[in-house]
Ligand binder design. Structure first.
Ligand code: NDP
Length: 247
């Protein structure tokens, strides 16, 4: 059930996170929005409240553990508990390795990998204590298949796949009732391509997205489906993309 669940969403200021926040709030969840652009978070939270939903927001840089801890505390202080964390913040500055965009490599590791670690480290104590909770993470089809230009991005998303699967296995073995779901989107029209700094790669990716891209609401529906299942049911992995994209 979604109604009254307290859901923290990272990367909620645009794209998949924004669409998911709006959909879940429309279904009666209490959403807690995190990202760095608080002006955007404020707009989204206002829109949700104007539509009768419950939303708060907090500035969050997922690379900082203290900021992740803080958003969990704000959710608990405001709504009394946390039921779901949707670890969705990410960026995709793709390029061939030979372009040596080393700063981009490190940024992807910091946000896409360490951001997930920080988010889980922040939420897990509460989940273990209450003996329930759900961790949902956004990987990518790049976490399932390699492609030129995506060595580091794919590596970070491959990490998410492995990490989430082990979290699922350990939670089941330990009887903590923590559910997991890993989402593998293909081409979804969001602000993600704006993170690509290499012009040739950007042009190539724009071509792919112009041809195939679908709306982020499609991913929001999948996240809602995973949350909506009964407490004894885990939707482990979902790959979602354009019907005509031969990825
Ligand atoms: P967007 O660029 O629209 O959204 C990315 C979100 O991540 C923004 O809200 C951004 O907010 C946030 N973010 C980036 N860096 C940080 C940070 N350091 N701390 C906190 N938040 C951060 O793209 P998408 O919605 O597409 O991306 C969401 C996820 O989906 C990502 O993990 C991406 O890798 C994944 N994905 C997307 C696909 C697509 O085709 N769009 C395909 C496969 C996976 P802010 O800048 O305000 O901090």
């Amino acid at each position: 059930m979604i109604r009254d669940k307290v859901v923290i969403i990272t990367g909620a200021s645009s794209g998949i996170g924004e669409a998911t926040a709006k959909l879940l709030a429309g279904e009666g969840a209490k959403v807690v929005l995190g990202a760095r652009r608080i002006d955007k978070l404020q707009q989204i939270a206002d829109e949700i409240r104007d539509n009768g939903g419950d939303a708060i927001y907090r500035e969050l840089d997922v690379t900082r553990q203290s900021a992740n801890d803080d958003i969990v505390k704000v959710a608990q202080d405001t709504f009394g508990r946390v039921d779901v964390v949707f670890l969705n913040a990410g960026l995709m500055p793709n390029s061939p390795l030979s372009a040596l965009k080393i700063d981009d490599w490190h940024q992807m590791v910091d946000v896409n990998v360490k951001g997930i670690l920080n988010g889980v480290a922040a939420a897990l104590p509460a989940f273990l204590k209450q003996k329930s909770g759900q961790v949902i993470a956004t990987s990518s089809v790049a976490g399932l298949k390699a492609y030129p230009g995506g060595a580091v991005y794919g590596g970070t998303k491959w990490f998410v796949r492995d990490f989430m699967e082990v979290l699922r296995m350990e939670s089941a073995a330990e009887g903590t009732n923590i559910r997991t779901a890993t989402i593998y989107p293909a081409a979804i029209n969001t602000e993600l391509l704006q993170t690509i700094s290499r012009r040739e790669t950007l042009e190539h990716m724009r071509g792919v997205y112009d041809k195939y891209g679908i709306a982020p609401e499609r991913i929001a529906s999948a996240v809602a489906f995973a949350i909506d299942q009964p407490d004894d049911t885990t939707v482990n992995e979902m790959t979602i993309g354009p019907a005509n994209q031969p990825w």
